[in-house]
Design a protein around this ligand. Sequence first.
Ligand code: FAD
Length: 405
Amino acid sequence: MQPSFVIVGANLAGGRAAQALRREGFSGRVVLVGAEPHPPYERPPLSKDLLLGKQAPEALRIADRQSWSDQEIDLRLGTTVTRLLPGEQSVETDSGELIRADKVLLCTGGRARRLAVEGHHLGGVHALRSLDDALTIREQLVPGAHVTVVGAGFIGAEVAASAQALGCRVTLLEVAGLPLQRVLGPALGQVLATAYRDQGVDLRLGTGVHSLVGDDRVRRVVTTDGSVIETDLVVVGIGIEPAVELAASAGARVDNGILVDEFCATSIDGIYAAGDVANHPNPILGERVRLENWQNAQNQGLAAAGSMLGHRRPFAEVPWFWSDQYAWNLQMAGQAGPEDDVVWRGDVDGLAFSAFFLRAGVLRAAFAVNRPRDVHGARRLIERGGVVDVDALRDPGADLRKLAA
Ligand SMILES: Cc1cc2nc3c(=O)[nH]c(=O)nc-3n(C[C@H](O)[C@H](O)[C@H](O)COP(=O)(O)OP(=O)(O)OC[C@H]3O[C@@H](n4cnc5c(N)ncnc54)[C@H](O)[C@@H]3O)c2cc1C
C-alpha cells in the first residue's frame, strides 16, 4: 500500500511542503487539510496591498486551484483536524472522518490574540490574521473614518499606514513605552515613534485598552489612562498564539510553539511541525526560535517535507523579514537582544539607515529602513559567524555583501 502523508494547515508552510513532497518524487497520498475556505495564500499583502485595494484576493494564492489537483494533492478546505491518533496512524477531522496518516506535518500557524477587555465582542472590533479578516476590515476603511489600532508592532503599523492612505484618521495605542522596544530596543523604538507621529498618527505610548464601549458596534475606546477615544473601527494587532493544541493533546512537547529538532521532527515519531507554530533550534543563532515570518514559513515547510522523505538535512537559516509602511521598506535579519551593542550607518533622521546589533563584537542582527542591501549583506555575514569590521558597518559606502563574499 502507498504511504499516506497528511499536512494539517493549508497555508504557506503547509502548501509549500505539499508541493515539495511531489517535487521530490513522493508518489504516495498527500492530503492537505485547511480550516479556512481558501486555498493556500500569502498573508503579507493582507495589511498592505489588499487593504489598499491594489491586489485582489485571488492574486494572493500561492498556486492556482487547478495545480493542487494536477499534482494529486488532496486539498481539503473548510476542514479542521480535531485529533491526531499517532498510535493508529490516522487523524480525525471535524466531520468525524479518519484519514490514514503514516506521517503528519503540523503547519497550524497561529491565531490572533484577542483583547481580554469588556466590549471585545462588539461589531467593528477586528484582528487581522486571515483573508476574511482583511476583507471585513477593508470595507470599513472609508475616508474620514476614525480607526483605533491596538498594538504598534509591524502589523499594527502597516494597518495604520494603509488606513491613512485610504483617508482615515488613525490613533495607535501601544502599551509599551515605545514601538517594538522588545524586538529592537529603545533607540530604534524612539526613531519609529517619531516617524509615525511625523506621518500624522496619534500615537499613544504606555497606553492600553481598558474597555470598548458601543451599541451594535464599537463607538468608544476607554484607555488605561482613562481617556476616551471616539472611534468607528478597532483593529487589534497584539500578536498571535501558536496553534499547538493538536500536538499538545497528542502528547508532543510544546513550549512557546511545538518543540521540534533541527529536522523539524516533534517529540512524537512520525509527526513534524513547521512555520509559525514550530519552535526550532536555530544552529546559526545557537538558540531556539519560533518565528512569525514569511521566509521561515516557506522554507521550513520545504525542509520538513524533506525530513518526512527521510533526508537528514538540518534546517539552518538566518531569520529574515520585511515590512512595508508608508514610503519605507523595513527589513531585519538575525535576532537582536536587549543587551546588544548597536552600530548605526546612514541617515537616521531621513529614514534611510541601518542598525547593526553586536554581542561581544559578533554581528547578531541588522535592521534597516530603506537600505535593504545592508540587511542582505548582514544576513550573509551572520551566516558566516558574524565576524565583522565595525568601521565597515558604520560606513554607508561599504558594501556588506562584498565583505561577506
Ligand atoms: C497581516 C499579516 C501581514 C504579514 N506581513 C508579513 C511581512 O510583511 N513579512 C513577513 O516576513 N511576514 C509577514 N507576515 C507573516 C507571515 O504571513 C506568516 O509568518 C506566515 O503566513 C505563516 O505561515 P504558516 O503556514 O506557518 O501559518 P498560517 O499562515 O497561520 O497558516 C496556518 C493555517 O493552518 C490552519 N489550521 C490551524 N489549525 C488547523 C487544524 N486543526 N485543522 C486544519 N487547519 C488548521 C489555519 O486556519 C491556517 O490557515 C504577515 C502576517 C500577517 C497576518
